[in-house]
Design a protein. Structure first.
Length: 118
């Protein structure tokens, strides 16, 4: 049984920072051979892609949605089977439930709330 478990999100002020992590366990696949992504869903909106980091065969290349480029950084630690999302210069529009996902599979984390408000 594959499990993706995200860290607790939290509350940040505009301009602040938060770091999310997502640990993968129970996978029959090698973690390092899978891309990992972060998505988010704001109230009343569809879930949207935020960032992805490629598998080791594609050199762990990171890609970002335009809305977060330059502010968010995705990274991974293959030895810990963990993917991270460092979020800086947060804006109220970043408020959402954030989900990690294994590649393009149906394996998702449970979601974690990030709220940006003064």
């Amino acid at each position: 049984q594959v499990q993706l478990v995200e860290s607790r999100g939290g509350l940040a002020q505009p301009g602040g920072s938060l770091r999310l992590s997502c640990v993968v366990s129970g996978s029959i696949f090698s973690f390092s051979n899978n891309a990992m992504g972060w998505y988010r869903q704001a109230p009343g909106k569809q879930r949207e892609w935020v960032a992805e980091i490629a598998e080791i065969a594609r050199f762990g290349i990171a890609t970002y949605a335009d809305s977060v480029k330059g502010r968010f950084t995705i990274s991974r630690d293959n030895t810990k089977r963990t993917v991270y999302l460092q979020m800086n210069s947060l804006k109220p529009d970043d408020t959402a439930v954030y989900y990690c996902r294994m590649g393009r599979t149906d394996y998702w984390g449970q979601g974690t709330q990030v709220t940006v408000s003064s």
